[in-house]
Ligand binder design. Structure first.
Ligand code: NDP
Length: 467
């Protein structure tokens, strides 16, 4: 038998795995992700951000490579898609599409919000569900990753229409969820009103009162601080990042985007910690108040958005010294800290360069993936403090996890106790980020959050064997 010693070793890259060296190759891996999930660009973006940080880590850990953990992790456990028919106020029959992505249940019941927005696609929810795996793992609580929603647009609908839609949506979803299976919550377009309609319908169909949804009203199973938790948690995370470099938020000028749940409570906590908040925004543009948005003005924003469901530019009717810039984002306003808290990809490379040029030293993502990859790169090169959403906005799901605990125990903790727990969870997430993301003189929080979130899930998957 002759051996051809000149033959090049065969390198098989079909799954991104270089079998000669037992290493994963990022570009081959991403090629496969894109081919298997055509058109799902936000999902590709979310996977790439994780893969860039995880691959160098697992290439040194043969146990993960051998078990093909990364490729298994990017494939959802299941994706449910269903028809949602409902009648509008004129008696017309409308049809929307509902989804639930049960992405990874290795460390607990699927947990993640529902988004009602006309832009929702399966790809959007896969991106959000994928992010949720790492975020939930970082909280230290036993929760798997999931996300769901619909292309239904609650804007401009009457309460009766929203109720009929929510009831129809839940009539299908209820057979796939449960307190120990999958526990949805709110997200864009799904607030207290929508959660209540859905919970009411679940309770009617299942004939049981269990913590199957979080974000419920305080009188029927909700937790104190749940509605504030994402915004408060984001500011607590910013506080930890600053404290690590010997600074605090007092007197810092802050620019916030969004004016929904996350943005409102981000502003509330920033004000409590002495920051000056200059902006908020909605889909129509951004509000710039050079005198600062104080508690009274924030209460007015809450009234406009939560009760009147009116555009943000109505603020000027009461506070004419402010400006409203139509169809624009607030990132050109000079600030020390930025809190993108509206939606994905709302802060691009150019915005990031502008922020850095204006002296911004901290960016803390209240929203999910609000910064584009180019923006993240700009912040990384400038070595400013950058808290990625999966760490910075994990406070919401953390308190959802604690709502589940309270429901199981059939009790309700007081607000101070929940807030203490929230602060302690955000501190622990920050510590995990330091553990995996510290580099000479700088913390790569993206790396820290991705690896920190990955390890627990990956080890559970290893323990289960091949499933
Ligand atoms: P809300 O629906 O309460 O508020 C969303 C805000 O963002 C609104 O002000 C909305 O404007 C604005 N917005 C939405 N889409 C766009 C867009 N395409 N362009 C510009 N502005 C837009 O949602 P939440 O505050 O709950 O969620 C905000 C972000 O935080 C999302 O990325 C969500 O996934 C993330 N998040 C939320 C959590 C939660 O607990 N709610 C937990 C973790 C993350 P308008 O008022 O005009 O509709």
């Amino acid at each position: 038998m002759s051996v051809n010693t000149l033959a090049k070793p065969e390198v098989q890259r079909s799954n991104g795995l270089d079998k000669t060296h037992n290493k994963i190759d990022l570009s081959a891996f991403m090629k496969k992700v894109i081919a298997r999930n055509p058109g799902q660009t936000e999902f590709h973006q979310a996977v790439r951000e994780v893969a860039e940080k995880i691959i160098p880590y697992i290439n040194e850990k043969p146990k993960y490579i051998k078990a093909n953990i990364l490729e298994r992790l990017i494939e959802p456990d299941r994706v449910l898609s269903f028809r949602v028919s409902w009648q509008d106020d004129q008696g017309n029959v409308q049809v929307n599409r509902g989804y639930r992505v049960q992405f990874n249940g290795a460390i607990g019941p699927y947990k993640g919000g529902l988004r009602f927005d006309p832009t929702v696609t399966e790809g959007t929810l896969k991106f959000l569900g994928f992010e949720q795996i790492f975020k939930n793992s970082l909280t230290t609580l036993p929760m798997g990753g999931g996300k769901g929603g619909s292309d239904f647009n609650p804007k401009g609908k009457s309460d009766a229409e929203v109720m009929r839609f929510c009831q129809s949506f839940m009539t299908e979803l209820y057979r796939h969820i449960g307190k120990d299976t999958d526990v949805p919550a709110g997200d864009i377009g799904v607030g207290a009103r929508e959660v209540s309609y859905m919970f009411g319908q679940y309770r009617r169909l299942a004939n049981e009162f269990t913590g199957v949804l979080t974000g419920k009203g305080l009188g029927f199973g909700g937790s104190f601080i749940r509605k504030e938790a994402t915004g408060f948690g984001s500011v607590y995370f910013a506080k930890e990042m600053l404290a690590h470099t010997g600074q605090d938020l007092n007197g810092k000028k802050a620019v916030v985007s969004g004016s929904g749940n996350v943005a409102q409570h981000t502003v509330e906590k920033l004000l409590q910690l002495g920051a000056v908040v200059l902006t908020m925004s909605d889909r129509s543009g951004y509000l710039y108040d050079p005198e600062g948005i104080d508690e009274e003005k924030l209460a007015h924003v809450m009234e406009l958005k939560n009760e009147l469901r009116a555009p943000l530019n109505n603020y000027l009717k009461r506070y004419p010294n402010a400006e409203f810039v139509e169809n624009a984002r607030p990132w050109g306003v000079k600030c020390d800290a930025a809190f993108p808290s509206a939606t994905q990809n709302e802060l691009d490379g150019e915005d990031a360069r502008q922020l850095v040029k204006n002296g911004c030293k901290l960016v803390c993502e209240g929203a999910n993936m609000p910064t584009t990859p180019e923006g993240v790169e700009v912040f990384g090169q400038a070595k400013i403090l950058f808290g990625p959403g999966k760490a910075a906005n994990a406070g919401g799901v953390a308190i959802s996890g604690l709502e589940m605990t309270q429901n199981s125990m059939r009790l309700q903790w007081d607000p101070e106790e929940v807030d203490q727990k929230l602060q302690s969870i955000m501190r622990s997430i920050h510590k995990t980020c330091l553990m995996y993301g510290q580099e000479d003189g700088w913390v790569d929080y993206v790396k820290g959050a991705n690896i920190g979130g990955f390890v627990k899930v990956a080890d559970a998957m290893l323990a289960y064997g091949v499933i």
